[in-house]
Design a protein around this ligand. Structure first.
Ligand code: FE
Length: 348
């Protein structure tokens, strides 16, 4: 009898579950490639009961997939890790603008898309990361690498390691520099970096930092969280890398350090927009924002979130630095121009 009651209960749950299935799960397309995020997703499911079915791909892969799937796409939420790609997704009409007081109150206007015609916001920045310079503390003077411009200066010939110019992190940095310097000077700068390379671009940001520590390069470009990850690593080999390198937040005396955002949007053809918005609101909550700061060493995007990350604090003056203020749309709009410049100067 007990068994029958239990079975009936299970069937009831299944029947109810079928009706509510859409609310009980969201399909997430994510370009966030950070293992520490697992705890974030688990916490969301625990608090809301909404399961997350996740598809992992890089920014370009997700955008291509959404386009191919069109209105048949099962995607509810999209997380991308680059401002220009978020801008691209918006231009391509892949996002459903969201009206959420929670999100609008939490995320500053400069870290989210401009309102669409219906007043909804197409995407929200959820965390930020600085594109910084690391250098060999023994061989390089800090004063020779404290601006982006100096990465292309002949005085740094043969010293630079940097990942592919066509990677979104670099395209966005170069798009920002193009906005600051103008296209003509930006192209000279890009050519200067090609001339300064210690080796042809290869690997990710962490590989560039390690290249400095191993002596293959003397200067490298990386997102701040990759360095913070090494700083907080218990591995002796990582500690040895950190010992050897200095870090600069470039252009503190001029237009400020280039900052990129990772962010989220509701998919245009989502069948569970309520669940999708709930997930984005969760990611903007103090708990989740803290997780971005403490788990993945990013800066929170939401206003007034305090965090205690020793690596972020020691990298900067107590966690603070001057960041650039150009609109993200300008960075996105420069992408095609930048890729053409890269092709002309032979920046692979
Ligand atoms: Fe990354």
């Amino acid at each position: 009898m007990k068994k029958l009651v239990a079975l009936a209960a299970v069937l009831a749950v299944l029947a109810g579950g079928a009706a509510q299935a859409q609310e009980q799960a969201i399909n997430l397309y994510s370009a966030r490639h950070y293992s520490t995020d697992e705890a974030l997703y688990a916490d969301f499911t625990k608090t809301t009961g909404i399961k997350i079915n996740r598809v992992d791909a890089d920014d370009a892969g997700i955008i291509a997939r959404l386009k191919a799937e069109g209105s048949a796409s099962p995607a509810d939420v999209i997380l991308l890790v680059d401002a220009a790609r978020l801008w691209r997704g918006e231009q391509d009409g892949l996002f459903l603008p969201v009206k959420s007081k929670v999100l609008e109150d939490a995320i500053p206007a400069n870290l989210r898309a401009a309102p669409a015609a219906d007043g909804g916001i197409p995407w929200f920045g959820l965390s930020t990361r600085a594109r910084v310079v690391v250098y060999d503390k023994i061989k390089v003077r800090r004063a020779d690498v404290d601006t982006y411009e100096e990465l292309g200066d002949p005085k740094n010939k043969g010293k630079l390691c940097i990942r592919s110019g066509s990677h979104p992190y670099n395209l966005s940095l170069f798009g920002a520099v193009t906005e600051h310097l103008g296209a003509e000077k930006a192209e000279v700068w890009l050519k200067g970096m090609v001339d300064n390379m210690a080796r042809a671009p290869k690997g990710g940001d962490t590989d560039q930092i390690k290249g400095v520590a191993s002596g293959e390069c003397q200067i490298a470009v990386t997102n701040s969280y990759y360095l913070a990850r090494l700083m907080r690593s218990g591995k002796p080999e990582d500690q040895a890398v950190v010992e050897r390198v200095g870090v600069v937040f470039p252009n503190q005396d001029s237009w400020g350090t280039h900052v990129n955002v990772a962010g989220g949007a509701v998919a245009r053809h989502s069948r569970n927009t309520a669940g999708a918005v709930k997930f984005l609101e969760y990611l903007a909550s103090p708990a989740a924002q803290n997780h971005f700061a403490n788990g993945n060493n990013e800066w929170p995007a939401a206003k007034g979130v305090s965090f205690d990350n020793p690596a972020l604090k020691s990298m900067t003056a107590g966690g603070k630095f001057k960041s650039e203020t150009i609109p993200i749309s300008a960075v996105g709009a420069n992408q095609v121009k930048v890729q053409q410049m890269l092709d002309r100067v032979g920046f692979k």
